[in-house]
Design a protein around this ligand. Sequence first.
Ligand code: NI
Ligand code: MN
Length: 226
Amino acid sequence: MKIQYLGHACVLIEFGSHKLLFDPFISVNELAKHIEIDKIETDFILLSHGHQDHILDVERIAGNTGAAIISNFEIVSYFQKKGLNGHPMNHGGVWEFEFGKVKMVNAIHSSSFPDGSYAGNPSGFVIWNDEQCFYFAGDTALTWDMKLIPLLCPKLDCCILPMGDNFTMGIEEASIASDFVECSTVIACHFDTFGYIILDKEEAQKVFEQKNITLLIPSIGETLIV
Ligand code: NI
Ligand code: MN
């Protein structure tokens, strides 16, 4: 799969013949000014929770592309009222889409819309087809529930974990999370966007090296092949 990092927690993943965009927050991200948001092509937009730094550009990109939203019931309903298409899920459920299977998994965080209204529970996603499987954790703390993923899903080729600390896991917890989900290729996200979440990249590499886990800390716009 091809994974392009678009800043903060936003990644665009080419998975089989489809494109999946996660948690778009680009237009006001000072660090992502070089990303041409209106040129983004995607078939689906997956949303981990309702916070502004994960849904800001949904309407703009869905409007440009006609992409369908995959998220929890509350978030999909919210965007359906705005005229967008979507597929609602909830924790523990699996659905087979044209690009592969999606399982919605637990995340320990909070979830409300920018106006304060209820946005359901935060989540992560495990996504697979016949060839590959990956985990997008969303905003989360380390949670024992991550141990369920290897029991219920195919072997992970990579996982995308928040690492900026303060609002989510930091380096240490993320390294334990990669053990819990039994994955040896980790892509960092949710770092450097705000002053609260500056990532010490050298320290992160050191911690992951000690565990023999490959840590990829992408620059914004960079494309990784996994
Ligand atoms: Ni959040
Ligand atoms: Mn966030």
